[in-house]
Design a protein around this ligand. Structure first.
Ligand code: 5AD
Ligand code: SF4
Length: 452
């Protein structure tokens, strides 16, 4: 059967990884992925409910497909629409009431049921939903079709035990479950053997890895064990500051493959707000961590997440956040306006702050973020950086685009006589001639042996 499918992914890297499994499963059924909804017989939305904007977008997208005709040549007489991920987990069958053209709902624990749910829904001309409670096991046996052959996301934990008061994630992804170190290493070894150059270890809070299995966090051990597989580049996301240990920090100075980039979400610079967010650290502790990390790896690039407009955030609280963001020297800051999520403790807290004041704070912060990112990039002017090539520029296909060890985006004209497709997934050395806010531009000075 000539079945075509399309997957749209919202949200975090964990969702992107789950989507890779959806690709893997549907392809192993013989279906083929296509780039647009119009050309697809099956459309799968992998959803996020961390903030309201993603919710609204999903509902709009699905509703707008109602009158879209079935593609010419489709083996099905209707287009099947499935919603999975965090909104699927949160809303379950309720989604059918709001979205009449929806056929399948699946939760974060039900990825493997998707093919069966689709077939049932089609066969019975009806609707199918399956949303399991978070299981105690870590399912890692599904086929995966990775977005890039040279890079892999490797989940080491799923779920989260932290219950930050604004956050819906623990409610939809369940308690934290860790995979065994053996399982993780086996997967990493498989990647190295198949030519993967970069592994990103994933978890809502990788630092507490192992607490459920071994009674204590053993993330440092995971890093050492994965580094020992011979992987060229190793990264991880995300870290909770309260669980970042000295052992993990020390590894930034010890493991050459561990890239000099750390994403350490602060959320706020005010101790009062941090307390009400249930973050369990102070801004002083956070700054100490940054100092320790820099003592081990002075050139490390740092990024963070900040929420503006948390209920009860005062002008002073915001100034403290502004001060943190302006003084740390972050290379990137992901800024979010607080979004009320039903079911979380903070949703019950009133906030008198006018929306316009929150927007003003947000805009001021964004300016500080841009300045910080620009300043952080200046350090690399004239330097030679190793770039893992990801593709070519959307605007100019004679320019390669890749990532530096510090996770900066780097652009450079492709040297003459070299084919772009040979470069993708390989390393080049780039001398940085220009340092902008969001990217570096330079000249290729060396190309890895694999390309020559
Ligand atoms: N409102 C705004 N931002 C949020 N985040 C999580 N929950 C919310 C919310 N309710 C942000 C946090 C987190 C990032 C992934 O999303 O900063 O680190
Ligand atoms: Fe949400 Fe906090 Fe868990 Fe991160 S650590 S997923 S912000 S509850």
């Amino acid at each position: 059967m000539d079945l075509k499918f399309h997957v749209q992914t919202y949200g975090c890297q964990m969702n992107k990884h789950d989507s890779e499994r959806v690709y893997g499963m549907l392809e192993s059924m013989g279906a083929e992925s296509v780039d647009s909804i119009e050309d697809a017989d099956v459309v799968v939305f992998m959803t996020c409910c961390v903030r309201e904007a993603a919710d609204t977008r999903l509902f709009g997208q699905v509703a707008s497909m109602k009158n879209l005709p079935v593609r010419t040549g489709s083996p099905l007489d209707q287009r099947l629409v499935a919603v999975g991920g965090c909104i699927g987990q949160r809303d379950g069958e309720k989604l059918f009431d709001d979205l009449p053209n929806l056929n399948v709902v699946f939760g974060t624990q039900n990825l493997s049921s998707l093919p069966a749910l689709l077939m049932d829904a089609y066969g019975q001309g009806g609707k199918r939903a399956e949303v399991l409670e978070a299981s105690s096991e870590f399912s890692s046996e599904l086929p995966t079709d990775r977005e890039h052959s040279w890079a892999a996301w490797l989940p080491i934990t799923v779920g989260c035990d932290n219950f930050c008061t604004y956050c819906i994630v623990p409610h939809v992804r369940g308690r934290e479950r860790s995979r065994s170190i053996e399982d993780i290493v086996k997967e990493a070894e498989g990647y190295v053997a198949s030519g993967v150059r970069e592994i990103t270890l994933l978890g809502q809070n990788v630092n507490s890895y192992g607490r459920d299995l071994y009674g204590e966090p053993r993330f440092a051990e995971v890093l050492e064990a994965v580094a020992a597989t011979g992987i060229e580049r190793l990264r991880f996301a995300t870290s909770h500051p309260k669980d970042l240990t000295d052992e993990v920090i020390a590894l930034f100075g010890k493991l050459p493959c561990l890239m000099p980039y750390l994403h350490l979400p602060a959320q706020s610079g005010s101790n009062d707000v941090l307390k009400r967010m249930n973050r369990k650290y102070t801004v002083e502790h956070y700054r100490q961590l940054i100092d320790k990390v820099r003592a081990v790896r002075p050139d490390i690039a740092l990024s963070t997440d900040i929420i503006v407009g948390f209920p009860g955030e005062t002008a002073e609280d915001f100034e403290a956040t502004f001060d943190l963001v302006s003084s740390v020297g972050y290379s990137q800051v992901f800024t979010f306006i607080y979004s009320k999520r039903e079911g979380t403790p903070a949703a019950k807290w009133d906030d008198e702050t006018p929306r316009s004041v929150i927007q003003e704070r947000f805009d001021r912060l964004v300016e500080a973020v841009q300045k910080s990112a620009f300043d952080a990039n200046q350090v690399d002017l004239g330097a030679e950086v190793e770039v893992l090539v990801e593709g070519t520029s959307k605007r100019d296909d004679s320019v390669l685009v890749g990532k530096s060890p510090k996770n900066q985006t780097v652009h450079a004209p492709i040297p003459e006589g070299i084919c772009a497709s040979d470069l993708i997934g390989n390393m080049v050395t780039v001398r940085v001639d220009e340092a902008r806010t969001w990217y570096l531009r330079g000249t290729v000075t060396e190309v890895s042996e694999a390309v020559r």
